[in-house]
Design a binder for this molecule. Sequence first.
Ligand code: PEP
Length: 254
Amino acid sequence: MAVNRPKPLVAGNWKMNGLKAAKKELASLVKGVAGAKSKPGCDIMICPPATILSLCSDTVKGSGIKLGGQDCHAEASGAHTGDLSAEMLKNAGARACIVGHSERRTDHCESSLEVKLKAEAAHRAGLMAIICLGETADERSSGKTIKIVGQQLKASLAESANHKNTVIAYEPVWAIGTGNTPTVADIAKVHGYIRKRLIALLGDETGAKTRILYGGSVKPSNAKELMDIDNVNGALVGGASLKAKDFLGIITAY
Ligand code: PEP
């Protein structure tokens, strides 16, 4: 690993999957990580549904595996039926929170300004914000990838962002859950651009140290190739994080 490369993070996003019984799968992951021939060279995180965060928190205790939430409200508390604050997630065992996932941007019409407020809420609660960005298939085919990613990054980044409390996840919307991934050259281009913008927005040191994850159809068979790309500092994994065996296969890319 190059001296100045940030320690990679592999985070699993379970989305709306996981009943109490999912604890077993998480326990297999804990066992797999503990029994690995060599200590994984990355930080490991699982973002389960909030309903089982506390349960998962007991399962990962002492394992080094961290937990995250999948979304949070911008306020700390109040009359927001059905919502969860960053403080509540922290209280249930989360150390981080995904914000701005494309499924939230699409299903709940979340704007980058809302994403930024959620990232600030995560920081207020002492959580790391994992800010998701990415272009749709139409935006890609009309050559707007860089423009869209640049706009989302600038507008979604919290004022309070630094390399310890913020991770960027580049997730092309068309690659999520489809089995399709961009080419190595395309990922290198977008991540290189995000790095340049982070340096411009946060300064040389913080910009260089902020982790940029790739997300979209990462699986054990393509993890090594994707994780070796310049400025790819880990992965945000959906489907392949649901099975301990698959997720372990991705972690071992490090
Ligand atoms: C995601 O939704 O964050 C994701 C990357 O999903 P998948 O790995 O299933 O494409």
